[in-house]
Design a protein around this ligand. Structure first.
Ligand SMILES: Cc1cc2nc3c(=O)[nH]c(=O)nc-3n(C[C@H](O)[C@H](O)[C@H](O)COP(=O)(O)OP(=O)(O)OC[C@H]3O[C@@H](n4cnc5c(N)ncnc54)[C@H](O)[C@@H]3O)c2cc1C
Length: 469
């Protein structure tokens, strides 16, 4: 039985934790409930800005005893806004920001409130990185638990393929450290199964030396949008022949009206590939030769830079608070039919921030068996995301409709399912489709670790045999 939010004595929780407890009426409340996606406007019962694992345990026990829904916030980047929920207790991990690199072991231990910028800052100082995403402001926790697709995917696999251990507060308030040898079922489920199984308070990742002591060669190469069909055909043929040290994701975009883009290109629609070469620089000229000699680019931004610079290159273009709506699919290939749809909807990009990305999933990520981790899509190909974005709330409908219509037409060319970290509120069938044959095993593990579905504000895996919620 859940007590009405107003009658719950949150003072008791405030006294129990070292962190701050923020409730409605507190001057910090509106700022604390805001997440990255400006479309999300939820009013939690309270927000606990925890300071340590003990605080997390106190929060879980408090909420559980009173039947209060729990929302967990890592980086707050989830576009569906799953880090905040109406009438829930939000366990906000954003104060837990410590990182510890072990250069000798090639590992980094990361607190669950870190962003990827925190991690890259820590590891690139040692010439190393662990696979993450394409933006530095994204939270480590949510990205990792859903899989983790980024610049190093072809070479070193998904983020979860480099997860060595995790500290977890379980639904009954107990604490475990899980790895391949400890609670292996839980460890399997965490690697793609999202926040369904517990609250991770720290992650340990394997790191890899990249580039020349962390300096890679990367950046965007942009072509006129009219060239998109030729660029996409060339890219799909070229990619399998490229060494895994070279990653490149393809985008349809509007060239931003800001430096470093030259003024004459501002606002022009384009097809771009953002390259990242992490191999030895002495081989770069040869590896990059096909890229350098193809077509007539509007702009060639390929240059040496610290990995941290590439990772944060798009942060300023996408600050927190914009309206976001996106749709995802996995693709086994970039078919001619799909290219026709991309050309059509690329020409109709509804706002300057709206875009479409295809991320390669081949190489190391595709060599991991589909049932080795919860992340099931290991067929190579691409993860696609159609991204409607705009600062103006009045355009929320416009960007949503464009993304939905684009997706409807493109979906028949897809491999089915979609990346859970790019889902909005598509519902249970889509979650199941995303996990493919791994869903039933996930549901059994959910039943073992969270039979009452305490952790349900996520892309939810329902406990096998448990109550439908
Ligand atoms: C601009 C942008 C760029 C992105 N780029 C990439 C990318 O390059 N590659 C990629 O793979 N993904 C990318 N994503 C998707 C991203 O992985 C997801 O949005 C992810 O959920 C963000 O994690 P977070 O911790 O910031 O989110 P939050 O909103 O804090 O949380 C997301 C979900 O994870 C759960 N969760 C968070 N922390 C914990 C924890 N410690 N323990 C248990 N559960 C937890 C939450 O309950 C919630 O369900 C991007 C998203 C955005 C908005």
């Amino acid at each position: 039985m859940t007590a009405p939010a107003a009658t719950i004595a949150y003072d008791e929780l405030a006294d129990a934790i070292r962190g701050d407890l923020i409730t409605p009426g507190d001057p910090a409340y509106d700022q604390a409930r805001a997440v990255y996606n400006g479309m999300i406007d939820r009013h939690p019962a309270a927000i606990a800005r925890v300071r340590d694992t003990a605080d997390v345990i106190s929060c879980v026990q408090f909420a559980r005893a009173r039947g209060i829904p729990i929302a967990v916030r890592g980086g707050g980047h989830n576009a569906a806004g799953l880090g905040v929920w109406d009438d829930a207790l939000v366990i906000d991990l954003s104060m837990l920001r410590s990182t510890t690199v072990s250069p000798a072991d090639h590992t980094v231990r990361v607190d669950a409130g870190c962003t990827w910028g925190d991690v890259d800052h820590a590891t690139v100082a040692f010439g190393m990185a662990t696979p993450s995403g394409f933006l530095s402001s994204t939270g480590v926790a949510g990205l990792t638990l859903g899989g983790g697709i980024g610049y190093l995917t072809r070479r070193f696999g998904l983020t979860v393929d480099n997860l060595l251990a995790a500290d977890v507060v379980l639904a009954d308030g107990t604490f475990v450290t899980t790895s391949a040898d400890a609670y292996p079922d839980l460890f399997w489920a965490l690697r793609g199964g999202g926040g369904n199984f517990g609250i991770v308070t720290s992650f340990t990742f394997r790191c890899h030396h990249i580039g020349e002591y962390g300096t890679i060669i990367g950046g965007p190469v942009l072509y006129d949008l009219a060239d998109a069909p030729q660029v996409m055909r060339w890219y799909r043929e070229l990619l399998p022949s490229l060494p895994e040290e070279l990653n490149g994701w393809i985008a349809l975009l509007t060239i931003p009206p800001a430096p470093p883009f030259p003024e004459h290109l501002h606002g022009r629609k384009a097809c771009g590939i953002v390259w990242c070469y992490t191999g030895p620089h002495e081989a770069a000229a040869q590896v990059l030769e096909p890229v350098r000699t193809f077509g007539t680019p509007l702009l060639d931004g390929l240059q040496p830079m610290p990995f941290t610079v590439l990772q944060s290159a798009f942060d300023a273009l996408y600050p927190p608070g914009l309206q976001w709506y996106w749709k995802t699919d996995f693709f086994n290939d970039i078919s001619d039919a799909a290219i026709d749809v991309h050309a059509k909807y690329g020409a109709q990009l509804p706002t300057g921030h709206s875009t479409m990305h295809l991320y390669p999933m081949d190489g190391a990520a595709s060599r991991v068996p589909h049932d080795a981790t919860a992340f099931a899509h290991r067929d190579g190909g691409f993860t696609g995301v159609i991204v409607g974005v705009d600062p103006d709330p009045a355009n929320a409908g416009l960007i949503t409709r464009w993304a939905q219509q684009y997706w409807e037409e493109l979906h028949p060319a897809s491999a089915g399912g979609g990346y859970v970290n790019f889902l909005m509120d598509e519902g249970q069938d889509q979650v199941r489709a995303s996990y493919r044959g791994n869903y039933d095993r996930l549901a059994r593990i959910k039943n073992r670790y969270d039979p009452d579905n305490i952790f349900r504000i996520n892309q939810n895996i329902q406990p096998a045999g448990g109550p439908a919620r």
